[in-house]
Design a protein around this ligand. Sequence first.
Ligand code: URP
Ligand code: ZN
Ligand code: ZN
Ligand code: ZN
Length: 485
Amino acid sequence: GALDLAIRGGTVVTASDVFRADVGVREGRIVALAEDLRADDEIDASGLLVMPGGVEAHCHIAQESASGVMTADDYFTGSVSAAFGGNSCIVPFAAQHRGMGVIETLDLYDGRAAPNSVLDYGYHLIVADPTEKVLAEELPAAFARGVTSFKVFVTYELMKIEDRQFLDILTVAKTHGAVTMVHAENNAMIGWMSERLLAAGHAAPRYHAPSHPELAEVEAIHRAICLARLVDTPLVIVHVSTEGGAKLVREARAEGARIFGETCPQYFFLTRDDLDRPGMEGAKFMCSPPVRDVATQEILWRHLQTGTFTLWSSDHAPYRFDASGKLAKGPDASFKQIANGMPGIALRLPLLFSEGVNKGRITLPQFAALSATNAAKLYGLTDKGSIRIGGDADIALWDAGLKRTVTAADQHDAMDYTPFEGMALTGWPVTLLSRGRRIVEGGALVAERGSGRYVARARADMTGIPGTRPPEMDPARNFGAEIMP
Ligand code: URP
Ligand code: ZN
Ligand code: ZN
Ligand code: ZN
């Protein structure tokens, strides 16, 4: 039958190939990859790269922090900013806070997202209160609703779970085929360092760095990997920021464990010197884990190049540099009182393209994998993440030579700053389609508020790795599957 849309003359990029082809779209799906496709509606992509629309799998949108500070971005501004940054799908968090049920949490986020998102979306469920009912009934119900990934924290007093609870959540995830994600930093080390720093009068933003030592990340990643290996189930270590953490991920993967690493642009382009800017300016650069140093940046690039990291995510956590966000506790707040996180959902991909692809550090297929394909596969977004027949027509057209300098105003988010202000980047997305619908075109938003859809995600595709478990934990040999699946 006739095509609804033909994208003509571009160069298609996938996680495996770069090739010349037109892309034919019908009813929101890619139905043809061929030469010289025609349709009533055509987009001229000559001179452009035809990329899978980005899948942003770590962002905080319309989410309260544990202490109750709401992100500046809602599902409208958050999804719009993501679209301008070349993303066609977002998977933010639905955060259970203590005392809340899981289903109640998901209903709350549906109310926030459905009327507002311009992009397709799903949620990772943050589990902060794993009661017996949550474990036995609510997590399975969340999974059945297409929420196939659970995130836990082992730090932040109001969010953190204990090791026993972590094991219980991993076991439920294993039973259902969900993937677990962990924010891994040792809570005691952070608390102990923070108290000593504050007692000595060291309260400025720069002390955020020593209050979150690299060793705190390394210890918690090591422990989390051991817990996941005991249960023998997949685990994503989010926002890895250290050499030690990256090495642990790499080693576990080489041993056959289903451990997946995620890292973020801030650890590649910012350092703790940014936390030491005058006055409270450093608060803009406070996130957890904290930004590190130049030597670490180079090491993380090697790990990105050589496959340690499956995911490259923004960790967009938009708290404005004013009394609604970072400065909610006043202009003299200590580093402990400043909301953690920084914005960057529109820059995740331009930063990787400019400094990765255009500087020869990664290839175009690696870019496609890190921007879309890996996240889609890992998190069960079956129809997204690649340019293939039958897949959703989620497509970003990129101009590889376009030069632009980063400004806060260009982010299309609800923020009043970007930590990447002034960076000169080459290579930008110019057109964005989601299920064949134009979202961004000619530098303008052309999508309707609320036109994105909830995506019920499938069981995670763990790319066929069988996993390994210690022989003494083999149920068949030792104790039967009723003790552990
Ligand atoms: O500092 C950060 N990253 N804030 C967002 C919440 C989280 O820990 O991912
Ligand atoms: Zn985190
Ligand atoms: Zn150890
Ligand atoms: Zn985060």
